[in-house]
Design a protein around this ligand. Structure first.
Ligand SMILES: Nc1nc2c(c(=O)[nH]1)N[C@@H](CN(C=O)c1ccc(C(=O)N[C@@H](CCC(=O)O)C(=O)O)cc1)CN2
Ligand code: GAR
Length: 193
């Protein structure tokens, strides 16, 4: 199963996927490209040691979504890779119908909370400031409802009384680095339905 990774920033989850693949822990899943809306994003450099290209695709002029031309550019770039799966790992753009219709049930997203709690941005901070005793991370299929698509899997992270927000962020990111490769491997082995 060929997959592309879309991200806008640091790329620690892309790194976790690449390392898992390099160590033979992704089964039939193969990363074929990394795409970003940010030309200087660290994520674009991560694939080089693994022979996985990083591609900047112009998003258009909006802050939280792609322009229609931008969506078409991403669709064409992804189709050119012949990817079977689109993995959003910190891609900070809300996808609209043309993108979703181009890859039906083939787009997954990683979110840093136990959905449906704490949707949107800053999910870790939302949980911390709310005072929940457990949080975690979620991988879900992407739909027209922001962070509302069918949940594939989750990993729970307990919040200790002594945890700072920074402590919690480290714990949730560590959980994400385990969960996302597990989900991608499972999708490759079990099919994508
Ligand atoms: N169609 C979808 N696109 C995206 C989804 C999704 O579930 N459906 N997941 C997001 C998740 N994400 C980053 O990974 C993300 C979440 C929120 C925002 C954002 O800009 N939110 C704004 C409001 C935007 C809006 O409602 O139009 C905010 O909360 O202020 C960006 C990315 C990726 N895309
Ligand atoms: N709402 C979506 C969202 O907040 N996504 C989050 O962006 C981070 C990307 O980190 P990375 O660039 O180090 O992989 C991850 O923590 C992911 O859950």
């Amino acid at each position: 199963m060929r997959f592309v990774i879309l991200g806008s920033g640091t790329g620690s989850n892309a790194e976790a996927l690449l390392k898992a693949w390099d160590e033979g822990k992704l089964g039939k899943a193969e990363p074929v490209a990394i795409l970003s809306d940010k030309p200087e994003a660290r994520i674009l450099q991560l694939g080089k040691p693994f022979g996985v290209p990083g591609i900047h695709v112009e998003p258009g002029p909006f802050r939280t979504k792609l322009s229609p031309e931008g969506e078409q550019a991403y669709i064409e770039a992804i189709r050119a890779t012949k990817a079977d799966l689109v993995v959003l790992a910190g891609f900070m753009r809300v996808l609209k119908e043309p993108f979703l219709e181009a890859f039906p049930n083939r787009i997954i997203n990683l979110h840093p909370s136990l959905l449906p709690s704490f949707k949107g941005l800053d999910g870790i901070r939302q949980a911390y400031e709310y005072g929940v005793k457990v949080t975690g991370c979620t991988v879900h299929f992407v739909s027209g409802e922001l962070d509302g698509g069918r949940i594939i899997d989750q990993k729970v992270v307990p919040i200790e009384r002594t945890d700072s927000l920074e402590d919690l962020e480290l714990k949730v990111h560590a959980a994400e680095h385990e969960l996302l490769p597990q989900v991608v491997r499972a999708l490759a082995e079990g099919g994508l339905e």
